[in-house]
Design a protein around this ligand. Sequence first.
Ligand code: SF4
Length: 75
Amino acid sequence: MPLKVKIDWNTCIADGVCYAICPQVFEAGPDGKSQIVEQYRAGSETEGNVPDDLADCVEQARTACPTGSITVEKA
Ligand code: SF4
C-alpha cells in the first residue's frame, strides 16, 4: 500500500531537515519549504503517494521535522 504524505506549508520553517534525511521523497521548494519530488507528487507540491519501500525514509523525516509539518497515512 502506498503512503499518503502531506507537508503543511503553514508550519514548515524551511530548515531542510526532511530533504537532507530523505531526498528520495522531499526536496526544496519555494523559499526552501519542503515539497514532494515530482515523481511521487499527487495533485499538488505538498501531497504525494509514496511507495512502501520508502516508508523508513519518510518516517525518519517525519519524526525529525521540528515543527510536525509532515503527516503520513496509509493510502
Ligand atoms: S523538516 Fe519540517 S520544517 Fe523542515 S523543511 Fe521539512 S517539513 Fe519543513
